[in-house]
Design a protein around this ligand. Structure first.
Ligand code: ZN
Length: 204
């Protein structure tokens, strides 16, 4: 089945995703869901060298299960792509030290913002072969994991922004400017909480 990105007001984005029983990971049904997510991430079935995203969570493409894709080769300024599949991921430790950086999301329309997150994390998860992995990540990659794990809990990065000055409106063609020279730090176009609630469909 060909998957497309869920609209920002899709109720699935506000739901806690289901864990996958370990013995089901290698089953064809689960493997097919993973393939469908990879198809979206690479925008087609053939060329799987350059993902179009640094991260993707299953509920973003209509699958309410604990599967995420994270590009562990990503950095704030590009980097060599290395998109990996993580099943039932859990953060088992996070540093008290936090970093602030900008985030956007395929599931939040043009809403972006500055989010504080733990600089380092320890993570437990399963590979698509059903093997348990324990990994440590830092910086931008640690941020991607935290962003995607939020999706599995029915949360979006916006719920982590308390300061209205840090919630922004960024048109597609403004992204380069938003990220370059940390333009997000004093981005003039704000997105009000009301506007976001409206996009999300929680108010009429
Ligand atoms: Zn997202």
């Amino acid at each position: 089945m060909k998957r497309t990105l869920a609209a920002p007001n899709d109720p699935l984005l506000q739901k806690v995703s289901q864990e996958i029983p370990i013995e089901s990971i290698t089953q064809p049904e689960t493997q097919e869901l993973i393939e469908e997510m990879l198809d979206v991430a690479y925008d087609n079935r053939i060329d799987r060298t350059k993902p179009t995203v640094v991260g993707l969570a299953a509920p973003q493409v209509g699958i309410s299960k604990q599967i995420i894709l994270v590009d562990i080769g990503a950095s704030k300024r590009g980097g060599l792509s290395n998109l990996q599949v993580y099943i039932n991921p859990k953060i088992t430790w996070q540093s008290e030290e936090q970093d602030e950086w900008c985030e956007g999301c395929w599931s939040t329309s043009r809403v972006a913002g500055a989010v504080s997150r733990a600089s380092r994390i320890k993570l437990e998860a399963y590979t698509r072969e059903g093997k348990k992995v324990i990994e440590e990540h830092e910086g931008y990659v640690a941020r991607i994991f935290q962003h995607e794990l939020d999706h599995l809990q029915g949360q979006e990065f916006i719920s982590r922004i308390a300061d209205p000055e840090k919630l922004h409106w960024v048109e597609k063609e403004e992204w380069v400017e938003y990220k370059a020279n940390e333009g997000w730090r004093d981005w003039p176009k704000k997105c009000s909480r009301e506007k976001w609630e409206k996009i999300k469909g929680t108010t009429q």
